[in-house]
Design a protein around this ligand. Structure first.
Ligand SMILES: [Zn+2]
Ligand SMILES: [Zn+2]
Length: 483
């Protein structure tokens, strides 16, 4: 039974202010910021819904051309800005109206340009006495400041990071939980060619999940009814993260027809976003990060197709396409707690004093080993290599790596048997080492199931992109480093 109502400002259909100029006009009449939230819960407004690059113009008037930015406000006044794409410009103008200082929390899922380009233009950062905390995935290594300072370097920007007037602090996040005002935030790594976190917000029993940008770990099961349970364990974990949400805001830049050309680009086909929302028994799905090539009419068509896909399911979420200016209010019920309560460890990382982690690469293809070594060393990871299964097992026992990257086709003892042997070790420190299967084989459902039965933790296959491997490995190392 649902415990929270979802409503929009104008009845069941969202108002769509559309283009950037209209968003500015909306600031003038001041709607969202002027009135308090009537009861417990939170209010959400979309300021940027486009993926990859801003696309203003006549074809994107209704859904908007600005890149990712969503405002979330809790009843106690806590302000969270999710991503800081070009949509943050209009939001910043509204917040800074009157020149008063503004306190808020900026949560950036990852630092690709479409999620940070509004940062140097976000007006509250130019107001003295404003206080902002910037959260993003990291390793306690100050890369967040470096990334933000990088896009504001002399060559690209007339203003550098140090000249911002606001009191700014930076927090590196990993998977876990933290609280901001009345908002409980749970984070989980997404699958993207940059270290990326999704955010789950709970306020007074109302739940919103923001999962942008994310590619399914596999599309299996293929051809199954909408909402079927995913095969890949990490996809199941993703569904668990979404579980019971009143609202899921999910990347859906592509469709299944766009795959396999777009496989490895780090985005969800809309069909799978729908499947996840069904499986997670969510009340509502708002899909976002619209492809820059998608016109308003094309987004309408996608929305209709998504609703049709969901309609035969036993649980059918409401489905909408995110549009600039769209407002959603969630009314919570403090008594009810639902879904994803797996992780209780803190998501907040302090500056790390740890030495480099080590990863064992097991592959008999020297070119692949060289590629992986080069990729991982760029992240300061210590690399150990083996070209056969027996040597791999010997090295695991001797060197105790934090992660094993394992090819399936190996001479003598193949990957499947290495997995089984490692899981049969008596010592927990050895048998629990995460194993990421990394294979050039075409991914079949049977291979996937067999690998997980044999004890694999994760499975990555063609197309193997170094950026995807790098963020996946970073995510696993940060997970295993957390208490
Ligand atoms: Zn993006
Ligand atoms: Zn991205």
């Amino acid at each position: 039974m649902r415990d929270a109502r979802v409503s929009s400002r104008e009845g069941s259909d969202f108002d769509r202010f559309g283009v950037q100029s209209n968003a500015a006009a909306e600031i003038g009449i001041g709607g969202f910021n002027s009135g308090p939230i009537q009861s417990a819960g939170m209010k959400i407004r979309f300021w940027g819904t486009r993926g990859s690059i801003a696309t203003p113009g006549p074809a994107t008037v209704r859904y908007g051309g600005n890149t990712s930015c969503v405002e979330l406000r809790a009843a106690d006044g806590t302000l969270i800005v999710l991503d800081c794409g070009t949509g943050a410009y209009a939001l910043g103008k509204l917040l800074a109206q009157g020149g008063k200082s503004v306190a808020g929390n900026l949560m950036i899922g990852h630092t690709h340009w479409d999620h940070i380009q509004g940062f140097p233009f976000f007006e509250p950062l130019f107001l003295e006495r404003s206080k902002w905390t910037v959260y993003a995935p990291g390793g306690g290594d100050r890369r967040l400041q470096a990334a933000l300072a990088g896009q504001m370097a002399y060559e690209y920007s007339p203003i550098n990071l140090d000249s911002l007037m606001a009191d700014l602090s930076y927090v590196d996040l990993t998977e876990g939980v933290f609280e901001v005002g009345s908002v409980r935030v749970t984070t989980q790594y997404l699958n993207h060619p940059a270290l990326t976190l999704g955010f789950r917000f709970e306020v007074d029993g109302a739940i919103v999940v923001y999962a942008c940008d994310h590619e399914p770990h596999s599309l299996h099961p293929l051809g199954a009814p909408a909402g079927a349970e995913p095969i890949h364990h990490e996809d199941r974990r993703h569904v668990k993260f979404l579980e019971g949400a009143d609202l899921i805001i999910h990347d859906a830049q592509y469709t299944l027809a766009d795959f396999p050309v777009k496989a490895g680009w780090g985005h969800t086909p809309l069909e799978r976003a729908v499947d996840y929302a069904i499986r997670a028994r969510s009340e509502r799905l708002i899909f976002t990060h619209h492809d820059p090539d998608r016109s308003d009419d094309a987004v309408d068509a996608l929305c209709a197709a998504a609703r049709e896909r969901a309609s035969p399911a036993s649980h059918t979420p409401e489905i909408e396409a995110a549009a600039e200016g769209m407002v959603v209010e969630l009314v919570g019920d403090k008594k009810v707690r639902r879904g994803s309560r797996r992780s209780e460890s803190s998501a907040l990382l302090s500056v790390s004093g740890r030495g480099p982690a080590s990863v064992l690469i097991v592959d008999d293809d020297p070119d692949m080993v060289l590629l992986l070594e080069t990729t991982l060393r760029a992240d300061g990871i210590r690399v150990i290599t083996a070209s056969d299964g027996e040597t791999a097992l010997k090295l695991v026992r001797e060197k105790r790596p934090a992660l094993v990257l394992l090819d399936m086709n190996l001479p003598d003892l193949d990957g499947m048997n290495v997995c089984k042997a490692l899981r049969d070790e008596a010592e927990p420190g050895l048998r629990d080492i995460p194993i990421l299967i990394l294979t050039g084989m075409k991914l079949t459902e049977v291979d996937l199931i067999d690998a997980f039965v044999a004890g694999a933790t994760d499975y990555l296959t063609k197309p193997i992109k170094p950026t995807m491997v790098r963020s996946r490995v970073r995510g696993w190392l940060l997970r295993t480093a957390s208490p």
